[in-house]
Design a protein. Structure first.
Length: 190
């Protein structure tokens, strides 16, 4: 009887999403913790620089950022998504790439994202960080190179905050990515 209860408890715990005050704190690298700690400051600097970009791109960018942030609760993100990367600040004021394919799966321990087309790809997991924000820990890879495990080093490690805008739109904001920009945004839509 006790063995059955322990097995049942283990199954329930395995099925729960990872919490920001638990598993993610054990996994996040010190460098990525600093990036999240400086998120607001980095984001502000990137947005200030982005506003000097092409007027049509700035209009698209501002429209994305003006969308309301809503709760992740009771929503299933699994399935296929269109996704595009936006680079704000850094080498160029603002660059908005075209749409590619992303996929979200759930292995029972939480959502996993994989960008499956395009030259710059990502693969990683989400961790709860309140009702309207999640933490993403992932790995950047290029072309068809396999993604390294998170924690492999600053050139591939990615960290960001995910925000949901509607049932069919959400985004991840990556502060101080290793390459090119001050803030990368991965925008996703159905």
């Amino acid at each position: 009887m006790i063995a059955r209860l322990l097995i049942a408890a283990g199954v329930v715990c395995f099925a729960l999403p990872a919490l920001a005050d638990g598993e993610v704190q054990k996994l996040i690298t010190p460098a990525d913790k600093v990036r999240l700690d400086k998120y607001d400051e980095t984001r502000k600097a990137a947005l200030d620089e982005a506003r000097a970009g092409d007027a049509a791109d700035v209009k698209q960018f501002d429209a994305l950022l003006a969308k309301p942030v809503v709760s992740f609760s009771d929503k299933d993100l699994t399935g296929n998504w269109q996704c595009r990367t936006i680079k704000a600040g850094g080498l160029s004021p603002l660059v908005i790439y075209g749409w590619f394919k992303c996929k979200v799966t759930d292995d029972g321990s939480g959502w996993t994202l994989e960008k499956i087309t395009g030259s710059q790809r990502t693969k990683g997991r989400f961790f709860d960080n309140g009702e309207k924000r999640s933490i993403y820990l992932g790995s950047l890879s290029v072309n068809d190179d396999p993604a390294k495990p998170y924690g492999s080093g600053p050139q591939s490690d990615q960290v960001g905050y995910a925000f949901r805008n509607s049932a069919n739109e959400w985004r991840i904001e990556f502060p101080a990515p290793y390459y090119e920009s001050k803030l990368d945004i991965l925008e996703l839509r159905r």
